[in-house]
Design a binder for this molecule. Structure first.
Ligand SMILES: [Zn+2]
Length: 395
């Protein structure tokens, strides 16, 4: 039989317009993904819409091939629980569905804290569901939400964190969620905040190969509006995540006109300046590298905290003499991998307990303050603490 490769017609997932403009292609994409902006509504989305879990590589990367370890949800658990508990009384809820249950962090936590809850998880990744134990009272469906049969069961609360951007249709995701909710049921939705790429010193690749949709605040509200969700909560200060709580309703939301306008121009500009800035930042990283090498050459005792995506970019672009770094630590990564680019990763408490160092360099964006506080607690003394982006600034 002759296989004919069908070329997908580029069509906006939100407004169905075919008038999309290609705005960006990650230089390191291995799926040939191109990022488009819809001229009719402004929604940012990638093509082609391939689906499925592909071979897992447990390497840490700051480029487009990142996304296989999937430990981000563990980092977010405390923050999302706080938001949920201050907006929803979980004692009055009977059933919960987690779309993209991942390693079970969220559901296991609920099962411990709220044993009365009837819990269901849907997660297509066979490897991580096998690796990570889900509590025995959790009903787990290993597959995609599109294939999940609820047999008319409705849920009082649906949770979905960092999952809709992986779907082949976000529109379908919203429809399925709406249909699975009981009347007045709650929907917690968390997604990467695409607007964060407006930061001038961005160095990691935002448009990774397993993200097909790139939500901005207004695009999430437009979808919610299409499916008659009421807005209960909207996070406005988180730099890297959009967090919303919606409630199933019978009428569409009433938005301010400026919230549902076509943001095509603005979003196209966001992508083109990100592309330009990132290219320049990568070229400039040797400056930051030589700042680190200066510390090494003056025999400072140095620790690096954060061995994830930012570290990987520094490793490849900054030309640092890595042998001169005394300690390389990360709080979560050692659970999943023992080294990054051949450099062994230690847990902070393993090597930094009660010792004195000259310099701590933090390779993180969202957790700079947390890391600083934690480091001060376990180190006996540290002379200076710098974040990676401070090293990038030319004096
Ligand atoms: Zn559109």
């Amino acid at each position: 039989m002759q296989m004919v490769e069908e070329k997908q017609k580029v069509c906006c997932d939100y407004c169905k317009s075919e008038d999309l403009k290609m705005a960006y292609k990650a230089p390191t994409t291995s799926r040939n993904l191109e990022v488009f902006v819809c001229r009719s509504c402004g929604f940012i989305q990638s093509w082609p819409r391939l689906s499925g879990i592909y071979d897992r590589v447990t390497s840490v990367s700051g480029e487009a091939d990142w996304g296989y370890i999937r430990y981000g949800k563990q980092l977010r658990l405390d923050a999302s629980m706080e938001i949920i508990e201050s907006n929803i009384n979980l004692n009055n809820i009977k059933s919960v569905l987690d779309i993209g249950a991942n390693r079970g962090f969220f559901l296991n936590n609920l099962s411990k804290k709220y044993p009365h809850l009837d819990l269901t998880g849907v997660e297509p990744d066979k490897i991580i569901t096998k690796e990570s134990p889900f509590n025995s009272n959790i009903d787990l469906f290993v597959g995609k939400i599109e294939d999940y049969e609820s047999n008319n069961k409705k849920f009082d609360f649906i949770h979905s964190s960092h999952t809709f951007e992986h779907m082949t249709s976000a529109d379908k995701g919203f429809k399925i969620t709406y249909d699975l909710l009981s009347d007045s049921g709650y929907f917690y939705l968390e997604l990467p905040r695409t607007e964060m790429i407006d930061r001038e010193d961005f160095i990691t690749e935002f448009f990774i190969d397993n993200h097909l949709f790139h939500f901005t605040r207004d695009s999430i509200k437009k979808y919610a509006n299409n499916y008659n969700f009421d807005l209960i909560y909207e996070e406005k200060h988180d730099w890297e995540n959009h967090v919303f709580i919606f409630k199933k309703s019978k009428d569409p939301l009433n938005f301010n006109p400026e919230e549902i306008q076509n943001n095509y121009e603005k979003n196209y500009e966001l992508l083109t300046s990100y592309s330009k800035n990132r290219k320049q930042n990568l070229a400039d990283l040797n400056h930051a590298g030589s700042e680190i090498n200066k510390m090494i050459n003056s025999n400072e005792s140095i620790a690096i905290w954060g061995m994830g995506r930012i570290f990987d970019i520094f490793y490849h672009y900054a030309d640092v003499n890595w042998d001169g770094i005394n300690y390389c630590v990360d709080k979560y990564l050692p659970d999943y991998t023992s080294e990054v680019n051949g450099i062994k990763i230690r847990r902070p408490e393993e090597v930094l307990n009660n010792i004195s160092i000259d310099t701590l360099i933090i390779f993180s964006d969202a957790y700079i303050e947390d890391i600083e506080n934690e480091a001060k607690k376990i180190l006996s003394s540290v002379d200076k603490i710098v974040s990676y982006n401070n090293l990038m600034k030319r004096k």
